[in-house]
Design a binder for this molecule. Structure first.
Ligand code: BGC
Length: 766
């Protein structure tokens, strides 16, 4: 870089001292108050006026600070002004690197530290799919506020979250990182996470900048294979995949990450339609866009760019601000500017939001993190309480025959069995980078804590489970312990587990997937319980003991045998630090499970992609000719989207729109009564679905357009009200190539899942 001629963008060249002497109002900014847009603008322009071209391009460059990429020399790059941001640095290194930036670099521009804080920093919350199962955006907002507080105290400024990719194919491992299959629920969770991470304004104390990812349609990878191409027509893109991103932008998200893969043959990182036309022109996004890790460099491997220079030019001109760790921007942008392919004005435009965010975060005034503050905040008891509540609310009761659950606390013995029963990794879930130690309360520990000393809690692991092909992330992040179990040892473990079951009054089996079996680079060709788990489950059920199955997993699993033969099944996802406590709370009735599935459970991987909001066919489910559209299995799901039981039951009545007709552009209220018919208090997630019966394009047979989680005492009735307007009743029509709301007839359904039977009619009139 030293050989590149310095180009100073227009305006007088102020001295560094003048630059750092911020406008008086800004210097006086009180903690807890936002810096005004004018102040930000003035400071950005003053700083930009100081910068050489290389320094500007440095701001567009993010480097890896930790083990990724290996062999980097962060200090040297930072000292030379060659990096605006560093990702993946252990919190012990934050201040060291920051010191180099603010004391040793020419313009002393502070670094922005980015990290994947996906579901907690030290205190771990349920993984996002589990949080979505709570159908409780308020609890998700509080969870991410805690994550932000801990991360910020440790020195993180920017989280690469929320991940809002709609995922309708459970083979795709990253389904665990998002809110599932539905754009309406996904949008609510996306906005809640942005509010939680960022707080009332960008740069608020104890908060971080959020980064909504992966723009866009990454979840539609062909065959569910991570990173594979995506082919999504514009209607589907706009009606299904983009809404959660739009919701995040509307909630004020500060940044956005482009996805890795080809979208309709144009890689997302160089996709001008996405990054400029939709994001900036249509949505008016003012923040910045970072690539996914090394994605600009990947344009060569993907067969899109000729070379690094071509990759840098096309990604930059498509609208990318920051190159995450591929080194392509710093290597090629200076030459591209020199050769007139990119203008200095375009570089300035890309740098502005990056400098702005540093001013908003107050990094020029306070660049360092404070160890004492971190000690006070990380893992605080109130954070553990929030994590327990969030985990409780994420639990979904899938089956409960003859009221096996809740269990009695007077049990004299319980056998807790399975490879996940005492796995801290499996309980905590994926995406742990830095800042945490596997300290989750396991289900075994939770049950032990719940029962008095008189009760026997016996544990048997059973045979190990492991990935057939290990993950590269295990090497970087350290996954669950590597199994060295021999087949003979597995046999012994199997027999031991069955013997343990035989001695107990009740058996709780904790089965599913280890933390590294979902997430990035963790796609599967099967959705069955991995390893010998189902075989063990059958053997334990054959003992005749009452069996409760607790599932820990980052994706829906095709537990067909269990769904027919195990009397009680509780889906606990990856429940986080307090997972074992929350599960025990539900198993023993201190908490009544009230979560609902944010994804359809297919009967096998062969059903994928599988989701409820499909279009009707001329041979719908159950038609006389096609009783099922697979001859080797019903077309219905194992468990439908929105499904979940409770220790009580609910009934619905009086579903009605306020008026039977509404004009295009108008709004109409819809209400429904829900009653708790049982003898214990419980939560029901009341769901409203719509179907437009005809139009310029075919519409899905049902689409979620309203939900509310309500708490009901025994015998209590509540009236839940929803609103339907142009947003809920309109859509992007492939025939007309635009957003429309059409004067047509609609079906409305309300109930406790996506098969809700309670129906009303609504007509939209011209
Ligand atoms: C993932 C992103 C993540 C980034 C940085 C990538 O491999 O796709 O989701 O934010 O790494 O850790």
């Amino acid at each position: 870089m030293g050989s590149v001629k310095r180009v100073v963008a227009g305006g007088p060249v102020f001295g560094v001292a003048l630059l750092l002497a911020a406008p008086p109002q800004a210097a006086a900014r009180a903690a807890g108050s936002p810096i005004s847009d004018e102040q930000v603008k003035a400071r950005v322009e003053a700083l930009l006026g100081q910068m050489t071209l290389e320094e500007k391009i440095g701001q567009l460059t993010q480097i890896g600070g930790g083990p990724f990429p290996p062999g980097g020399k962060p200090e040297e790059t930072v000292r030379a002004g060659g990096a605006g941001s560093v990702l993946w640095v252990d919190n012990k290194r934050f201040n060291e690197l920051q010191k180099v930036a603010v004391e040793e670099s020419r313009l002393k521009v502070p670094l922005l530290f980015g990290l994947d804080v996906i579901h907690g920093y030290q205190t771990i919350f349920p993984a996002p799919l589990g949080m979505a199962a709570s159908w409780d955006p308020a609890v998700e907002e509080r969870a991410q506020a805690v994550a932000a507080k801990e991360a910020r105290a440790a020195g993180v400024h920017w989280t690469f979250a929320p991940m809002v990719d709609i995922a309708r194919d459970a083979r795709w491992g990253r389904i665990m990182e998002g809110a599932g299959e539905d754009p309406y629920l996904g949008s609510a969770m996306a906005a809640a996470q942005v509010r939680g991470f960022q707080g009332p304004y960008l740069g608020a104390p104890d908060r971080v900048i959020a980064c909504v990812k992966h723009f866009a349609a990454y979840g539609a990878a062909e065959g569910g294979r991570d990173y594979d191409s995506v082919y999504v027509p514009e209607g589907l893109l706009r009606n299904v995949y983009l809404p959660p991103f739009h919701a995040a932008v509307r909630a004020g998200v500060g940044s956005l990450m482009s996805a890795y893969m080809d979208l309709n043959d144009v890689p997302a990182v160089a996709n001008r339609f996405l990054l400029r036309d939709v994001l900036r022109k249509e949505w008016g996004f003012q923040g910045f866009v970072v690539s996914d890790a090394i994605a600009v460099g990947n344009l060569l491997i993907q067969g899109f760019a000729r070379d690094g220079r071509d990759a840098a030019e096309r990604a930059f001109l498509a609208g990318l601000n920051m190159d995450m760790a591929s080194g392509t921007f710093p290597q090629h942008l200076p030459g591209l500017v020199r050769d007139g392919r990119i203008t200095v004005a375009q570089i300035d435009e890309a740098v502005r939001p990056l400098l702005a965010v540093k001013f908003r975060l107050g990094l020029f005034d306070q660049p360092y993190s404070d160890d004492a503050r971190a000690r006070e905040v990380l893992g605080a008891p109130e954070h553990r309480r929030e994590a327990r509540l969030a985990a409780q609310r994420s639990l979904v009761l899938l089956r409960n025959e003859r009221g096996l659950l809740p269990l009695k606390k007077t049990l004299s013995s319980v056998a807790v069995i399975g490879p996940l029963a005492d796995s801290k990794h499996g309980t905590e879930g994926g995406w742990m980078v830095f800042g945490h130690v596997p300290a989750a309360v396991t289900v075994r520990e939770g049950i032990r804590g719940k029962l008095g000393d008189a009760a026997r809690v016996e544990y048997a692991k059973g045979p190990d489970i492991k990935r057939d092909i290990p993950s590269f992330l295990d090497d970087i992040l350290g996954g669950p312990p590597k199994s060295t179990e021999t087949p003979a040892e597995a046999e012994v473990a199997f027999a031991e587990a069955v013997k343990t079951a035989q001695k107990a009054e009740v058996v709780v089996m904790v089965l599913g997937e280890e933390s590294n079996m979902s997430g990035e680079a963790a796609s599967r060709a099967s959705l069955d319980l991995p390893g010998r788990q189902e075989e063990l489950l059958k053997a334990v059920v054959a003992t005749g003991k009452p069996v409760v199955l607790v599932l820990l997993a980052g994706r829906p699993l095709s537990i067909n045998w269990a769904a027919a033969n195990v009397p009680a099944i509780l889906e606990a996802w990856q429940p986080g630090s307090e997972g074992g406590h929350a599960v025990a709370d539900a198993l023993f009735g201190d908490v009544n499970p009230g979560g609902k599935l944010p994804v359809t459970f297919p009967r096998s991987a062969g059903y994928s992609p599988f989701y409820y909001a499909r279009n009707l066919t001329f041979q719908p489910e159950g038609s006389p000719m096609y009783r099922s559209r697979y001859w080797d299995g019903p077309t219905t799901p194992l468990f439908p989207f929105g499904y979940g039981l409770s220790y009580t039951t609910f009934s619905y009545a009086n579903l009605q729109p306020e008026l039977p007709q509404v004009k295009v552009g108008g709004r109409v209220g819809v209400s429904v009564d829900v009653t708790n018919r049982g003898s214990v208090a419980g939560d029901e997630v009341v769901q409203l679905y719509v179907h437009q019966k005809a139009g310029s394009a075919s519409r899905p047979m049902r689409e979620l357009k309203g939900f509310e989680r309500v708490a009901l005492k025994p015998g209590e009735t509540k009236t839940v009200r929803f609103g339907l307007g142009p947003e809920e009743l309109g859509y992007w029509s492939t025939s007309t190539g635009k957003w429309v709301q059409e004067a047509e007839a609609f079906d409305l359904w309300a109930g406790g899942d996506s098969t809700a039977p309670f129906h009303a009619d609504l007509t939209v009139t011209p």
